[in-house]
Design a protein around this ligand. Structure first.
Ligand SMILES: Cc1cc2nc3c(=O)[nH]c(=O)nc-3n(C[C@H](O)[C@H](O)[C@H](O)COP(=O)(O)OP(=O)(O)OC[C@H]3O[C@@H](n4cnc5c(N)ncnc54)[C@H](O)[C@@H]3O)c2cc1C
Length: 189
């Protein structure tokens, strides 16, 4: 089924629901802390740094949990060989060397050939006290019943858990989605 998308910044869910909207998926990450209609004070940012490399031969997702750091090698599906290497909470140039050294020690595929470093970047992960929220909520907008499916708070596991979270989110409203004709299924954001 073709999916139409558009980029629109919304102030809140209830004010942006069209009259025919039945289900809205809330995948706004950290913005769920302030977004009107959600305002989840459990959301908070966690800083981290990763390295993006081109290494098509790496097929294996590997992770090591250290005492105060994480090391991981995550091939990105459908990216023509891009791999995320991580990671840490710091944002220093020396951290790139540390990540490359730790991931090489972890992954035999990394050691086969030096990867081409495409970028190193720091960011804020969308964390949440108590873990991710994947939950169906019923809201009444202009007297009509609508469904809001929350899917946020993946923190530092979104690359790994995001696909499963998406499947779980859809499953929560399968009863409603199955009742919609394909012509009425359209992304609004
Ligand atoms: C430094 C770093 C390290 C990481 N390490 C790991 C790791 O070790 N393992 C792992 O699995 N994952 C890792 N991740 C991935 C991380 O978990 C993902 O970045 C995260 O899961 C993305 O979550 P999200 O899609 O919920 O949020 P986002 O990617 O932030 O998506 C939220 C979306 O909502 C949109 N939005 C927000 N507000 C509005 C609004 N008002 N109107 C319209 N749109 C809005 C935003 O534009 C954005 O597109 C790391 C990320 C970073 C940055």
């Amino acid at each position: 089924m073709p999916l139409n998308t558009s980029n629109t910044c919304i102030a809140g869910f209830e004010t942006n629901m069209a009259p025919f909207t039945k289900v809205v998926f809330n995948c706004t990450g950290l913005a769920s802390r302030t977004l009107a209609g959600v305002e989840d004070s459990k959301c908070y940012p966690t800083r981290g740094q990763v390295v993006l490399v081109k290494a098509p031969r790496i097929q294996t997702n590997m992770m090591r949990h250290g005492v105060d750091y994480e090391t991981y090698v995550i091939p990105r599906p459908g990216s023509k060989g891009n791999v995320i290497l991580g990671g840490d909470g710091a944002t220093y140039a020396s951290e790139v060397e540390s990540i490359l050294a730790r991931t090489s020690a972890l992954s035999p595929e990394m050691r086969e050939q030096e990867p081409e470093v495409l970028a190193a970047f720091a960011g804020l992960r969308p964390s949440r006290e108590g873990g991710a929220r994947v939950e169906r909520e019923e809201v009444v907008v202009s007297g009509q019943r609508r469904l809001l499916v929350h899917n946020y708070g993946a923190g530092g596991t979104g690359f790994q858990a995001g696909f499963g979270m998406a499947l779980d989110s859809v499953a929560l409203v399968e009863d409603v989605l199955c009742g919609l004709g394909s012509s009425t299924l359209q992304a609004r954001l």
